[in-house]
Design a protein around this ligand. Structure first.
Ligand SMILES: [Zn+2]
Length: 275
């Protein structure tokens, strides 16, 4: 299955609750855009967002998009214990499936934080009934990455399918060009090249967040990425809608459909590939 699937990480990224709440309105406006493009995809919802904005999540599902989980809280997996992760993920999954009246089959780790230090997560997720995950960034990255992981879809020993973040380039310059800051801030020719190259590869998806589409949001320094990194978080927001439209107009594939389209996926066992 080729073409590029659309995914959105639905999270409340504000530094604290005193900042203006903008992401629900941005998401509603994006839902209208997606409908006008004939696009449906997969929305990864943080458990806390489902708790605080159940009507928004229901509106997303009512427009025909698949709903998956983006963690109970937006906390990187290495900061959690396996037992704590299991308990909060089970609770968040229950809540989400009650809102959308459907089972939740997919999971994306916050900040692609499924790394060697959280390699316990795939078996917990499989135990909880998840069929697939898109939690691994198979490249070196300033935040989280797992360069030894396969660059195309694979299966964990628990049986769960992984749809890793598509990366472009080779070796030390492998970049996730079809997502977030990379998609917003890279030169237009680079974005076009990634789009053309991604459209011909099976299992390729792009990702964005509501804030990527919000040029008018007040600026602040995001502690995780520092002052310069934070500037980059605001670059290109006004052009994001058009970039995404070019890449996914007419795409109607969900991540569950992508995951089910693969047979005979290679097994990735982190124990065996450990250096
Ligand atoms: Zn996120």
């Amino acid at each position: 299955m080729t073409g590029i699937a659309f995914t959105l990480d639905l999270e409340d990224h504000r530094p604290d609750s005193s900042a203006e709440l903008r992401f629900p309105a941005i998401t509603d406006s994006l839902l209208d855009d997606l409908e006008s493009w004939g696009t449906t995809g997969t929305f990864f919802v943080v458990g806390e967002v489902a708790r605080d904005h159940p009507d928004l999540v229901a509106r997303v599902a009512a427009r025909g998009h698949e709903i998956a989980l983006h963690g109970a809280r937006h906390v990187p997996l290495p900061e959690l214990t396996p037992d704590g992760f299991r308990a909060e993920t089970a609770e968040a999954t229950d809540r989400l499936s009650q809102i959308v009246q459907q089972p939740v089959a997919g999971f994306r780790a916050p900040i692609f934080s499924l790394v060697p230090g959280s390699a316990w997560a795939p078996s917990v997720l499989a135990d909880l009934g998840f069929a697939w995950s898109s939690s691994v960034l198979p490249a070196r990255n300033p935040l989280y990455g797992w360069p030894e992981a396969p660059g195309s879809p694979f299966r964990w020993s628990s049986g769960m399918v992984e749809l890793p973040c598509p990366v472009f380039g080779a070796g030390p310059v492998s970049l996730p060009l079809l997502g977030g800051t990379y998609l917003r801030a890279s030169p237009r020719l680079v974005a076009r090249w990634a789009g053309r190259s991604g459209a011909g590869r099976p299992g390729v998806w792009l990702y964005a967040h509501p804030y990527d589409f919000d040029p008018d949001e007040e600026r602040w320094v995001v502690p995780e990425v520092g002052r310069i990194g934070s500037r980059i978080l605001w670059i290109g927001r006004s052009g994001m809608t058009e970039r995404v439209r070019r890449l996914v107009a007419g795409s109607r594939v969900t991540m569950s459909e992508l995951a089910a389209s693969f047979t005979d996926l290679p097994l990735f066992d982190p124990e065996e590939s450990a250096p």
